[in-house]
Design a protein around this ligand. Structure first.
Ligand code: HEC
Length: 473
């Protein structure tokens, strides 16, 4: 019954450059009828497990426990529901439900668990201004509290001043918490749904990389993710170069899923994620820019050792990757949004396929089951090292460095929009070995960046502000 979990990320690691890009071993499985997952649970499981998952009938224990909320139980729960537990009188639902419906039951249980656990344990709460966590006590300080409008990203210039993007447009320059001014002469950008002025990332060479929702040219419609780099002369944006733009045919009126976080490795590459832009069906096509992790040389040319010659793609099968970081070992990680459940933390490896929209740990927004997490050939799809179930709207991510929080050094830190959470992860060999929620409920978490002194900056939306985590003493 305690079947081993398919090892996270290992699938991705196995995909080497020499192998042809993996395609899913089966086409999209049969469409399941749109039945509400909640209804199915209430009809089949309530009598023993309770509508809120607290158990109580026929020997069913409560699901509301930290231990049973662990992702290690995903596969075990699935198998138990499918095969039944004859020794305790629970039927094998594999006889009456499809695999997708059974996975929907697991997602539903996860939603009940989160609700129950939050009601029982609440959110991390400061006592006399101090948050206690497993390895460090910390405080939260306000850095910028006024003038921001849906802040999307932040980074620091070599002189220590901070750049902050606002999604509707514009990049602000701050000295400490004080506004110096807004950059002038930036390239055009449209605010289209989730797109607008997005990332700012300062490379050690002094080049400043930015990503925007770029308005389509004549004869095309909508917008698409585009990257530039430039320099600053006072507040003036100068020396602009285009680093990445998609063909006009890929511009779209969809307001969703632009990506687009930017990171650099130590070997002269820039990485960024592009979301599926409302075109799920084209994500698995490696020739489109949709749902890809891209890798370019710093000047925007395509590296010779990308998986497909002449193609900026490094990895594929993403829905909306909005967080990305390089850890201390040079591994690349991203966060990516599932629809309802199954937000992912992925180890990104060359040429790997992350499965969207064929495999996912989600259900549909409308509570109907539509996905299975695991392909039959487990090596064909890279599994996440961590998944949020239920969804948090996973967003900003960084690697913790610097001296402020030595016990967290090298850990990943990531947050969520709807989840309003900041979580810390310890990864080992591509697998998650420790996970802890540090903050919850302060606002929608968009960007997380570790300052070189090790304090951790977080851009919030609603309220629009920038806070930072500092050691308690
Ligand atoms: C007749 C009572 C009964 C019904 C109906 C029932 N269960 Fe259970 N279930 C149990 C008992 C008893 C256990 C074992 C004790 C426990 O783990 O809480 C159990 C265990 C489980 C477990 C934990 C298994 C594990 O490996 O740890 C899951 C998940 C589960 N049930 C899901 C469901 C779902 C989903 C449904 C409806 C589709 C359902 N059950 C219907 C009685 C029931």
């Amino acid at each position: 019954m305690t079947k081993a979990i398919p090892v996270a990320a290992a699938a991705g690691v196995l995909v080497s450059a020499a192998v042809l890009l993996p395609q899913p071993s089966e086409s999209k499985p049969e469409q399941t009828k749109r039945v509400s997952v909640t209804q199915m649970f209430n009809d089949n499981c309530n009598a023993c497990h309770g509508e809120d998952g607290a158990g109580g009938g026929a020997g069913a224990n409560t699901f509301i426990s930290e231990a049973r909320f662990s992702q290690d139980y995903d596969r075990r729960f699935f198998d138990s529901i499918k095969e039944g537990l004859p020794q305790v009188g629970m039927a094998a639902f594999g006889e009456t439900m499809t695999d997708k419906q059974i996975w929907g039951m697991v997602v539903h249980i996860r939603e009940l668990q989160k609700k129950g656990l939050r009601a029982k344990f609440g959110s991390p709460t400061p006592v006399d201004g101090v948050y206690k966590s497993e390895k460090h006590d910390f405080k939260v300080e306000d850095v910028v509290t006024e003038g921001l409008s849906t802040p999307w990203s932040l980074d620091w210039l070599a002189d220590g001043r901070m750049l902050v993007t606002n999604r509707p447009g514009g990049i602000m320059l701050f000295d400490g918490g004080s506004l110096v001014g807004e950059l002038e002469g930036l390239p055009p950008v449209v605010q289209q749904g989730q797109g607008g002025q997005m990332e700012v990332a300062v490379h050690e060479s002094g080049w400043i990389y930015i990503s925007v929702a770029d308005p389509a040219g004549e004869g095309a419609k909508g917008a698409m993710t585009k990257l530039y780099r430039g320099k600053l002369d006072g507040l003036k944006w100068t020396s602009q170069e285009t680093i990445y733009e998609a063909d006009q045919e890929y511009y779209s009126g969809a307001g969703v899923h632009f990506g687009c976080k930017i990171i650099f490795d130590d070997e002269g590459h820039v990485f960024f994620g592009v979301g599926e832009r409302g075109t799920n069906a084209r994500v698995q096509d490696t020739s489109t820019p949709y749902g890809k992790t891209m890798r370019l040389n710093l000047d925007g040319s395509i590296p010779d050792d990308n998986p497909i010659p002449g193609n900026p793609m490094w990895a594929y099968g993403h829905r909306n990757p909005q967080g990305m970081t390089v850890d201390l070992d040079g591994n690349i990680w991203n966060t990516e949004h599932g629809p309802r459940g199954g937000d992912e933390v992925n180890l990104i490896t060359k040429g790997a396929n992350y499965g969207w929209p064929i495999y996912s740990l989600s259900i549909n927004y409308n509570d109907s089951p539509d996905y299975l997490p695991w392909p039959e050939d487990e090596d064909s799809i890279a599994q996440p090292a961590f998944r949020w179930l239920p969804s948090v709207g996973s967003s900003g991510m960084d690697t913790i460095t610097g001296s402020a929080f030595p016990e967290w050094n090298g850990d990943l830190i990531a947050g969520g929009l709807s989840g309003k959470n900041v979580d810390r992860f310890t990864m080992e060999d591509g697998e998650m070995v420790e996970h802890e929620e540090l903050l919850h409920g302060l606002g929608r978490v968009r960007a997380i960046e570790t300052h070189k002194d090790g304090t951790i900056y977080v851009a919030l939306n609603g309220p629009d502000k920038i806070i930072r985590l500092v050691p308690a003493d």
